[in-house]
Design a protein around this ligand. Structure first.
Ligand code: EPZ
Length: 427
């Protein structure tokens, strides 16, 4: 377990470039199994989830190489279809391998996926979609056993625009016989990036980014070199950092149009937002204004993955703000941790009522999940005194060297492994 010590009283200022997208890289890594030639991904984030996904690919027989942010996966040597329990249990995205392993080996055997505890997170839509493509699926002994010798195209009308189910069905359909149409598909930008990767490998996919995605199955794909899109959630996190600390932050190498909902909220809070083609700047006032109501929704609605960061910002804003979490059942665990720091909020089922206080104070808090943990880092930077955050390995699942990025913006985050300063260890 790792802890971080966050020095309070910081005002984040400066310019940072953003890492590659976790939620694009993970399904793309799963898709490399569809291609029996080397694939190189540029801008592949060096985060725990990506390393775990690479570990699973290795266990299936792929050769994997990383040089800085370039990762090469050669799955021509892969032969396994049984996913390792421990590694797969570390991340939600291991479930994407069901679609690609099935398409490649006509058989797949996987444990239930892990990932952030932010709700029930069933996989019924994934399994239902794969069955529509003629996969036989049995759930026994805590594992999902699939046979798919004759995957064939179909119309898959999703009950809910699930990101993961849309991506899993896209992967399985790429090498199925005939055409698949996914209706009520999720429209997240990461799905568009997955489509662009699949097309770069010679697969036939179109419509991503709209509720209707069409995949025409082909027998095989080919290798490629592909650049993963920038991470819009990480972009939003550092911009929220400017808002929480009354600072001035510019994020470069990003796509501002993909987080317009957050930028709109920060403007409502009184921040000056400057958008350019591939960078965005947020200058915050001394104290934010509260914003009436925010409800999380599938894209292009307000992203649930930026809800905790906005929650932290509104905790010291003037007035009362309300947030409804409409995507996940229990994604307010950061609220109790912020209350340990002096925040005032009430959680009524899936609605939070936040009454802004002038100042937070340092405390000993827990990162219960990835984005909630990131929000606590931002709150700790703005607070009076120091904050210790435990279980920060959960933050490292999605943020590349957050301590160094915060350091570049004038804040201080000290990593402690088993209570010992990382720096001290290296001395
Ligand atoms: C993806 O998760 C992201 N993860 C999540 O980001 C993100 O919060 C989520 O989409 C929504 O935007 C990755 O891309 C790796 P869903 P996913 O399937 O695929 C219900 C982060 O912080 N549902 O769209 O799991 C489900 O329970 C993470 O980076 C079913 O009921 O999201 C949830 O309430 C956290 N049955 C809702 O749909 C299913 O079979 C949305 O889930 C599938 C989902």
């Amino acid at each position: 377990m790792s802890n971080w010590l966050v020095h309070g009283g910081a005002v984040l200022e400066g310019t940072v470039s953003v890492q590659g997208s976790k939620n694009a890289a993970l399904p793309i890594l799963a898709a490399t199994l569809l291609v029996e030639e080397p694939v190189t991904l540029l801008n592949c984030p060096a985060i725990r989830d990506a390393e775990n996904m690479l570990g699973i690919l290795k266990s299936l027989g792929c050769s994997v190489k990383r040089e800085a942010d370039a990762v090469t996966v050669d799955s021509s040597t892969a032969s396994g279809f049984v996913l390792p329990t421990a590694l797969s249990g570390e991340l939600r995205s291991s479930i994407f391998l069901l679609g690609s392993v099935l398409a490649r080996f006509h058989e797949a055997d996987a444990p239930y996926p892990g990932g952030c505890e932010i709700g029930n997170r069933p996989i019924d839509l994934h399994l239902w979609g794969l069955k529509r493509l003629n996969a036989q699926i049995e759930e026994r002994g805590g594992r999902i056993c699939c046979k798919g010798g004759n995957l064939s195209g179909a119309v898959v009308d999703l009950e809910y625009p699930s990101v993961g189910a849309t991506e899993n069905i896209m992967l399985a359909a790429c090498r199925a016989a005939g055409e698949t149409t996914i209706c009520n598909a999720a429209c997240e930008p990461e799905i568009v990036d997955l489509q662009q990767f699949l097309c770069a490998c010679g697969f036939r996919v179109h419509g991503a980014g709209t509720p209707t995605v069409v995949i025409e199955g082909v027998e095989r794909g080919h290798g490629t070199v592909f650049r993963v899109m920038p991470d819009r959630i990480v972009t939003g996190t550092y911009l929220a950092g400017a808002a929480v600390t009354g600072g001035d932050v510019t994020v470069t190498g990003t796509q501002p149009e993909l987080i317009e909902t957050l930028l709109g909220k920060l403007s409502e809070c009184g921040c000056a937002v400057t958008r350019n083609a591939d960078s965005v700047r947020v200058r915050a006032p001394k104290r934010l204004r509260g914003v009436g109501f925010t409800g999380t929704r599938p894209y292009p609605g307000f992203p649930t993955d930026l809800q905790p960061q906005l929650f932290a910002a509104l905790s010291t804003a003037e007035g009362t703000s309300v947030i409804a979490e409409n995507v996940f059942e229990s994604r307010f665990r950061h609220a109790q941790e912020l209350r340990k720091m002096g925040a005032k909020n009430r959680i009524l089922d899936r609605t939070a009522i936040i009454t802004g206080v002038k100042k937070l104070h340092g405390a000993f808090v827990t990162a219960h999940d990835l984005r909630g943990g990131a929000a606590l880092v931002l709150a700790g930077l703005a607070a009076e005194g120091d904050t210790t955050i435990q279980h920060t390995e959960r933050i490292e699942r999605g943020y590349e060297r957050m301590d160094s990025v915060i350091g570049a913006l004038g804040g201080t985050v000290i990593r402690k492994e088993n209570g010992i300063d990382e720096e001290e260890k290296t001395r």
